[in-house]
Design a protein around this ligand. Structure first.
Ligand SMILES: [Zn+2]
Length: 388
């Protein structure tokens, strides 16, 4: 394997002040040195001292500067050198694997997708190795983030439980590191998506917001006081089976009228299959029929949208967000009955609650992988403690 021309960035030797500079430039750069110093409460002399090694190793550059620019040029804004450091994000599903290579600002540079024929950890580790080699044949990336629907605590090297994969106590980080030669960070998929929204997406201006995902499951990620909520043991935001309507349909766990009974793609298809006139077999079929005006399909999606509104209101009552981002592969349901979402919110939002924006994001499967890449970026910038 050919090696990169520049040495690896010395992340491990960075001080908290240096890391803060890098983070500020990732999030808000390019910034003039004076502005950067002001934002971080550093003196100009300290800033110069702290940034000099970062410029020397190529992590930071002066925007618009030519590589061999002469001294004496006017001060140019500092930025994270485009493409200098890259990471890979991988999203594992039971059926397939999505991966992206991104820069430190989570711009997607290349995508990869393959089917997962087998779920045993060795085969999945092998598939991740193939994906990383495809996206990074020169082994330039500095970290790999891997996300999946699983119980994972910040810093975990082992996937504790991943029911969709049939996994329990799988040492995935080590398997990935062995096959790629690159350190891996494991993260719950919804939390990874939340990190991406927090740093690079609709939540970047918010200190308190939530991400609500609908699709095969129902997921919720929370950011409170500018920090992603993980819970003391990695479990937070478990709203998927919270009650919506005690007279509603049953979910697979046997709850009557819980959020999952209305919102998951499987529940929607099951409910619709029990009605007359539905000939489809998938969530996409159901959505298509609703768009074409099939009354039973419209009713099922209307109920789902109402449940989405109830869930959003309950989250808002709990954390007081200024924004709730709705995403996931089932997000297309919103357009069937947006007024039902509003009705669910208005009926269940506490009268003292502050209003919030509902931000419905168009969804691509690569967004999950981009979330994993965002976690890899945070893990580089903030070190071990940021592995959320
Ligand atoms: Zn349930």
């Amino acid at each position: 394997m050919a090696k990169q021309e520049l040495p690896s960035v010395a992340w491990g030797r960075m001080t908290p002040s240096t890391r803060a500079i890098v983070a500020e430039l990732i999030l808000h750069g390019p910034l003039a040195r004076a502005e950067l110093a002001r934002r971080l409460s550093l003196s100009p002399a300290s800033l110069t001292k702290l940034t000099r090694p970062l410029v020397a190793e190529g992590l930071l550059s002066e925007q618009g500067a030519r590589p061999l620019a002469e001294t004496g040029r006017p001060a140019l804004p500092l930025e994270v050198a485009p493409g200098r450091v890259q990471v890979i994000g991988v999203k594992l599903n039971p059926d397939n694997l999505f991966a992206v290579r991104t820069d430190l600002q989570a711009h997607v540079l290349e995508e990869y997708e393959c089917k997962l024929e087998r779920h045993d950890p060795a085969s999945v580790g092998e598939a991740i190795g193939v994906a990383v080699t495809f996206l990074d044949p020169l082994r330039r990336v500095e970290r790999v983030g891997v996300s999946l629907a699983a119980s994972i605590r910040p810093g975990d090297q082992v996937v504790r439980e991943a029911p969709y994969m049939g996994w329990s106590q799988v040492p995935l980080a080590e398997a990935v590191a062995q096959r790629t030669g690159c350190r891996a960070v494991l993260v719950n998929d919804v939390r990874a998506l939340t990190v991406a929204q927090h740093w690079f997406g609709a939540g970047r201006q918010s200190r308190c917001f939530a991400v609500l995902t609908v699709g095969k499951g129902v997921g919720c990620g929370l950011v409170v006081n500018n920090a992603v909520v993980t819970g003391y043991d990695g479990h937070a935001g478990l709203v998927s089976h919270s009650p919506v309507n005690p007279g509603g349909p049953l979910c697979r766990q046997g709850h009557r009228g819980c959020a999952s009974a209305y919102l998951t793609s499987g529940s929607i298809v099951r409910t619709l299959a029990a009605t007359d006139g539905f000939r489809g077999a998938t969530f996409e079929d159901a959505l298509e029929e609703a768009r074409e005006g099939n009354r039973a399909a419209v009713r099922v999606f209307r109920d789902a949208c109402f449940a989405l509104g109830v869930l959003a209101a309950n989250i808002a009552n709990m954390i007081g967000p200024d924004r709730i981002v709705v995403s996931g592969e089932g997000v297309g349901m919103y357009d069937v009955a947006p007024e039902a979402v509003d009705e669910g919110i208005s009926r269940h939002l506490h009268w003292n609650a502050s209003p919030f924006d509902l931000d419905v994001e168009p969804f691509a499967f690569s967004e999950w992988a981009r979330g994993a890449a965002s976690v890899a970026v945070q893990s580089l910038v903030y070190g071990e403690q940021a592995d959320s």
